[in-house]
Design a binder for this molecule. Structure first.
Ligand code: ADP
Length: 377
């Protein structure tokens, strides 16, 4: 599909280039304008097709990341350069701040650029003339997460619209007379790519005051550079626990393969037995058949989402209350409350520090044992 769609478009764009350069004779002004228009539309369509193909690939779980060591400052500068003209045309100021400790990280360069450029383009698009937008890079206190924020002083987003904007083809103003061009695919792509990196997106916004999109991804250091705490299980003194048949059973409900690999690898090393459910329905079934000691539940999953899965587990298994930790890649206001109402005991945002997750699990397991003992007494 990708080849079939892109090939004719490449011809259209290429041939219009040839015409514009006067290879087949010099064009008059009207012809030049018409040809330039044709070429612009070609580029526009190409961008659209690329977005649609990315969304299809992400939805089918076919998107693979090519991780490499990247220079964060060059990444940011190249993204800013891509939106500079659009910002200058609207006299919108561009502000860039970076914590200088963050020099390099391991990530997919092309996909990280896609995340940042999408957010920056939106920031320019939805900010009125002479406003400002910014790109900010910092890390969390533990130094294991890179936090990339794109902010603007633009039109803002109402609380009711926040969550649905991350769904494909959704725009706040989808009327035929709408003021802003676009497809409504950008934020879906941003969110899925952040999740593929094991990270999350958070949105804070106020109508009329502006928005802040906060992308948090694990800070993986290039080999040979300072090791990230969350990816370095050797740093844990009590890590040599072996898995035994009576070790606690952890059910990981998660559809992202790299998160599955990371969680199973870590918790098996920590002495847990681990089973995986790749969608919400499988989570409900495995929760009933395996009777796990604790469940780590991703919220965005196929078939049933994490909220629905937790509700069904709570409804169907009334004989006990298995501890559930909800983990989300899209943190919206009110999410923590929604997760708790659906049955979660704890709520965490990706990227989850594995050490912190383990602490939560150990705490919940201790609570569960105490409660059971109390009931027996
Ligand atoms: P598009 O911009 O192509 O319409 P996106 O998925 O990137 O699609 O964004 C979806 C919708 O979210 C936009 O149509 C707009 O209504 C809203 N939006 C995105 N970014 C911002 C922003 N920075 N400020 C205000 N609204 C925004």
């Amino acid at each position: 599909m990708s080849h079939e769609l892109r090939t004719p478009l490449n011809t259209i764009i290429g041939m219009s280039d040839v015409m514009l350069e006067g290879v087949y004779g010099v064009l008059n002004e009207k012809q030049h304008r018409a040809m330039a228009n044709l070429q612009d539309s070609g580029y526009h369509l190409l961008a659209l097709i690329n977005d649609i193909l990315d969304v299809a690939k992400l939805a089918a779980g076919q998107m693979r990341l090519h991780r490499e060591a990247i220079d964060v400052d060059s990444l940011c500068n190249s993204c800013l350069a891509m939106v500079k003209k659009a910002a200058d045309d609207k006299r919108v100021a561009l502000v860039y701040t970076r914590d200088e400790r963050i020099e390099r990280m391991v990530a997919d360069l092309r996909r990280m650029r896609q995340i940042i450029v999408n957010l920056l383009s939106n920031a320019v698009k939805y900010t009125n003339e002479e406003g400002s937008i910014g790109l900010e890079v910092r890390c969390n206190e533990e130094g294991d997460t890179v936090i990339i924020t794109v902010w603007d002083t633009g039109i803002g987003i109402a609380p009711d619209d926040m969550k649905r904007l991350f769904k494909p083809f959704v725009q706040v103003d989808s009327s035929l007379t709408r003021r802003y061009e676009g497809t409504g695919l950008g934020l879906t792509i941003v969110q899925s790519l952040a999740a593929l990196h094991g990270g999350s997106v958070r949105l804070e916004s106020e109508v009329g005051a502006g928005s802040r999109f906060v992308v948090a991804v694990p800070w993986i250091h290039p080999p040979g550079e300072v090791a990230s705490k969350s990816w370095n299980p050797d740093g844990d003194s009590d890590f040599a626990n072996s898995v035994r048949t009576d070790s606690p059973l952890l059910l990981v409900a998660e559809d992202n393969e790299s998160s599955i690999e990371m969680l199973t690898g870590y918790f098996e090393l920590a002495g847990y037995r681990v089973q995986v459910a790749r969608n919400g329905l499988a989570a409900v079934q495995l929760a009933a058949s395996l009777k796990p000691d604790v469940i780590v539940m991703d919220i965005q999953m196929p078939e049933l989402d994490g909220h629905q899965a937790m509700q069904r587990i709570r409804r169907e298994d009334t004989s006990r209350r298995v501890p559930i930790i909800a983990v989300t890649a899209l943190a919206m206001p009110g999410d923590a409350e929604r997760s708790r109402a659906a049955g979660a005991d704890e709520y965490l945002t990706k990227p989850v520090s594995l050490r912190l997750l383990r602490k939560h699990i150990e705490h919940l397991l201790t609570l569960a044992t105490t409660t059971t003992r109390d009931q027996v007494i």
